[in-house]
Design a protein around this ligand. Structure first.
Ligand SMILES: Nc1ncnc2c1ncn2[C@@H]1O[C@H](COP(=O)(O)OP(=O)(O)OP(=O)(O)O)[C@@H](O)[C@H]1O
Ligand code: SF4
Length: 295
């Protein structure tokens, strides 16, 4: 196999513009062999936008990486990819080698493999206005053409709700890998109600629910440590109890977390004393405990 650590800039760059025709969907056998080295696939879902799904996906990747796991992220939020910016690789490109598309290697030590449509557009801010078949074909291509290699976890960041992207992702991956889901909500009733629909989606598509994360759950004042429940509290935990699925934890609103995402820094490694750290570390630990270990 061609080395993926050679100078990528010497390889041809993969670009995907709106003028290109819909790619031909790959055969199932191609997907199966491409995913052979991937042990666990985790889908991060939310009913509403802006509740912190990409944040949870990114921080989980960083926490699992710190625990010594090999981690990849597949960003299937085709209309609003945010992971490249959160990992500060938004100006990177995907290149073509003999074994497929070389993902972007994020983090200072290049230990997180990342694929996102953000790397394929002519201009990073180009709007993607595609119908279902084109989205479906591109997601299958992400699964079959990206040289994912050996990964303990492939974390899939999805758009909000249950759309074409979700169905395409599940259809592409489910025949080859057992899939697990993490649902992210904020504490308010309106967000929690949307997560109920995600639970139904998981049930209908046979996704194992690893648990629910309540994000933006209170704000701990950095001056006096008083916790203010800006968006109320406990909705996610109550829903988890009601639905009979694990509750993974409450992540508070943490200015250091949002700032480190803005700056593309490793919150998990750099801010262990920050208020959101214990919850994120605990969630990652539960995921490690809830997924069979590598042999
Ligand atoms: N616990 C938190 N503390 C502080 N800021 C947070 C927290 N969680 C998320 N944020 C911030 O809220 C914003 C929205 O988060 P994020 O992009 O992860 O949401 P999302 O659910 O993935 O949104 P979309 O559905 O639009 O992709 C980001 O700017 C992020 O930095
Ligand atoms: S929580 Fe305490 S320190 Fe923070 S702003 Fe309110 S009163 Fe001031």
């Amino acid at each position: 196999m061609e080395s993926l650590t050679t100078d990528h800039n010497e390889l041809p760059r993969v670009r995907y513009t709106r003028s290109l025709p819909t790619p031909v969907p790959p055969a199932d056998s191609v997907i199966r062999s491409n995913l052979a080295g991937v042990r666990h696939v985790l889908l991060v879902l939310s009913g509403k936008g802006g509740v912190g799904k990409s944040t949870v996906a990114t921080e989980l990747a960083l926490a699992l990486r710190l625990a010594g796991k090999r981690v990849g992220i597949l960003d299937v939020d085709l209309c609003g990819p945010s992971i490249p910016r959160m990992l500060r690789v938004q100006d990177s490109a995907v290149h073509q080698c003999n074994s497929g598309w070389v993902p972007v290697f994020a983090h200072q030590d290049k230990s997180i493999s990342l694929m996102s449509i953000g790397f394929l557009l002519e201009k990073p801010d180009d709007a993607v206005v595609w119908r279902g078949p084109k989205k479906n074909a591109l997601i299958k291509q992400f699964v079959s053409d990206v040289a994912w290699g050996d990964l303990d976890f492939l974390i899939v960041d999805t758009p909000p709700g249950t759309s074409d992207e979700h169905i395409s992702t599940v259809e592409a991956l489910r025949p080859h890998k057992p899939l697990a889901a993490i649902l992210v909500t904020t504490p308010q009733a309106v967000s929690v109600a949307d997560v109920r629909r995600e639970l139904t989606f998981c049930k209908k598509t046979g996704l194992r629910v690893l648990g629910i994360v309540e994000n933006m759950s209170g704000f701990v004042c950095p001056h006096c440590s008083e916790c203010t429940n800006i968006f109320s509290k406990g909705g996610g935990e109550e829903l988890a109890k009601h639905a009979g699925v694990p509750f993974l934890g409450s992540v508070p609103l943490d200015p250091q977390l949002s700032q480190s995402l803005e700056d593309g820094r490793d919150f998990i490694q750099e801010f262990p004393k920050s208020s959101a750290f214990p919850a994120l570390a605990h969630i990652a630990q539960q995921i490690l405990d809830g997924t069979p270990r590598s042999s």
